[in-house]
Write a protein that binds this ligand. Structure first.
Ligand SMILES: C[S@@+](CC[C@H](N)C(=O)[O-])C[C@H]1O[C@@H](n2cnc3c(N)ncnc32)[C@H](O)[C@@H]1O
Length: 453
């Protein structure tokens, strides 16, 4: 290729020509992430808040290799039959929800279609069960709030969709009532903290009986006097508190109160900053379903990867099987081993630290998991590519006895790529189901049961 042609290809003006311009669009369909999708001068355009069949006036805000992002300025003509009034007053500016303008039944149909479309090569249509849905409002037991300096103190809220801009959030239709109460209390407390703007983030989670765990992530400048004022501001609350320094990730202070019981779970306990499923009611159904798919016999062995605090492993081990569970979170591993011991399960349920994105560490687990009858994977959004490649290679070489493998995923794109590896190694899909863990957002969990002869 000649030098001049290469320069032509990278001419930036071609990518930014549409930004700032306005026009009318006819929305063709709902994109996977919940925006209305249309064609704009031969390019794909995504319009948050618009629904299929609607004619809208938009302004193009930005362009990326995926297409144009446009703001909805005006709806022209009639609305989609499933359009509803969003309940939340922050909806148009907060990045937390994407689907509140669509009635809930239609949201669930959309998510099921997204899952089936993304996984159509790996999962035949008749293998899908009905999606699991429960109450769609006030379901979250935890939230992560950002702080920014503002006149007279600090502003507390969530980030605007796709940006670092903070939206001051006073109420949220996703928060459980106890969580909402805690946010109100936190706002009051922050008024009394010196240099509150040096707190960058607060993670709040509520347990059984409205108990609260809070993790404050602070910048280096948050000094001893600031810490003292933070402690004093919440001294009247029986919250479990922890302060972490952002740069080092080190624990600065903790009030060392006992861990909290997770709602709707017989054994799970958690502390500030631990991973827990956001929606306890859907989680309870998901845990029962996944346990019935893993279906371990009394003397069978299960290997669980990305096990966290033991959300799945604790109920599984209670049925009589043996479980070896792995996760990268050392504090969670220690906490989960403590629970296993307290329940008298330590002979059959053990948690171990492992980095499951590291090929060497996965390889070192080979002999430990070679004799397991079933496996359970619940990775973060990135998926479990390396681990699935190894499991496929162990199974293909006859070095692993596993017959049932259950995969739980919050990212159906990563799930598809991982299923390709497992299917090529002789696994076949027996069942799949969507769990609507995050109503009014475009996110959901997918469970898949695979078997091997
Ligand atoms: C979606 S959560 C699932 C946790 C648990 N199964 C549950 O239901 O609560 C994903 C888990 O993967 C763990 N994780 C993230 N990166 C990891 C890695 N590189 N190696 C091992 N575990 C990892 C996190 O600590 C987290 O507990």
């Amino acid at each position: 290729m000649s030098r001049s042609r290469r320069l032509d290809v990278f001419k930036p003006a071609a990518r930014t020509r549409d930004v700032g311009t306005q026009g009318e669009l006819l929305i063709e369909r709902l994109a996977d992430e919940g925006q209305g999708m249309a064609q704009w001068r031969g390019k794909r355009a995504f319009v948050a808040g618009a629904l299929p069949g609607e004619r809208v006036r938009v302004r193009v805000d930005s362009e990326s290799r995926h297409g144009l992002q446009a703001s909805l300025l005006q709806q022209l003509g009639s609305s989609h039959a499933d359009r509803v009034e969003p309940r939340c007053r922050h909806y148009s500016e907060c990045g937390g929800c994407q689907l509140q303008h669509l009635n809930y039944a239609a949201q669930v149909i959309h998510k099921q279609q997204v899952a089936q479309r993304r996984l159509h090569r790996q999962i035949e249509p008749h293998l899908w069960l009905e999606p699991v849905t429960l109450t769609s409002w006030r379901y979250r037991h935890r939230t992560r709030l950002q702080l920014k300096a503002a006149r007279g103190g600090a502003q507390l809220g969530l980030l605007r969709e796709g940006s670092r801009q903070l939206v001051d959030i006073e109420e949220c239709v996703q928060w459980a009532p106890a969580l909402e109460k805690a946010v109100v209390r936190l706002r009051e407390a922050l008024q009394l903290v010196s240099h509150a703007q040096r707190i960058e983030e607060v993670q709040l989670a509520c347990g059984v009986g409205d108990a609260i765990a809070a993790r404050f992530t602070v910048s280096r400048g948050f000094g001893a006097a600031d810490l003292e004022s933070l402690q004093a501001s919440l001294a009247d609350q029986a919250w479990v508190l922890e302060v972490i320094e952002k740069a080092s990730g080190k624990l600065v202070w903790s009030n060392e109160r006992p861990a909290l019981a997770y709602p709707g779970h017989s054994a799970l306990i958690f502390g500030p900053g631990d991973f827990t499923q956001a929606n306890p009611a859907i989680n309870a159904v998901m845990v029962d379903t996944i346990a019935s798919w893993v279906a371990p016999g009394r003397h069978e062995r299960v290997a669980e990867f990305f096990a966290g605090l033991g959300n799945f492993s604790l109920p599984l081990a209670a049925t009589g099987c043996s479980v070896r569970a792995y996760d990268i979170g050392s504090a969670m591993v220690a906490r989960a081993n403590g629970v296993s011991q307290a329940m008298g399960l330590q002979e059959r349920l053990t948690f171990a630290h492992a980095d499951l994105f590291d090929a060497g560490e996965i390889e070192s687990l080979r002999s430990e998991v070679a004799h397991c009858d079933a496996m359970l994977l619940d990775p973060p959004r990135a998926g479990a590519r390396l681990l699935c490649r190894e499991i496929a290679s162990w199974a293909g070489a006859g070095e692993c006895a596993v017959r049932r493998l259950v995969y739980v995923s919050c990212n159906s794109l990563a799930l598809g790529a991982d299923l390709d590896l497992l299917l090529a190694a002789g696994f076949r899909v027996e069942q799949a189901q969507v769990f609507d863990m995050f109503p009014h957002t475009s996110h959901f969990e997918t469970g898949v049961l695979l078997v091997r002869d």
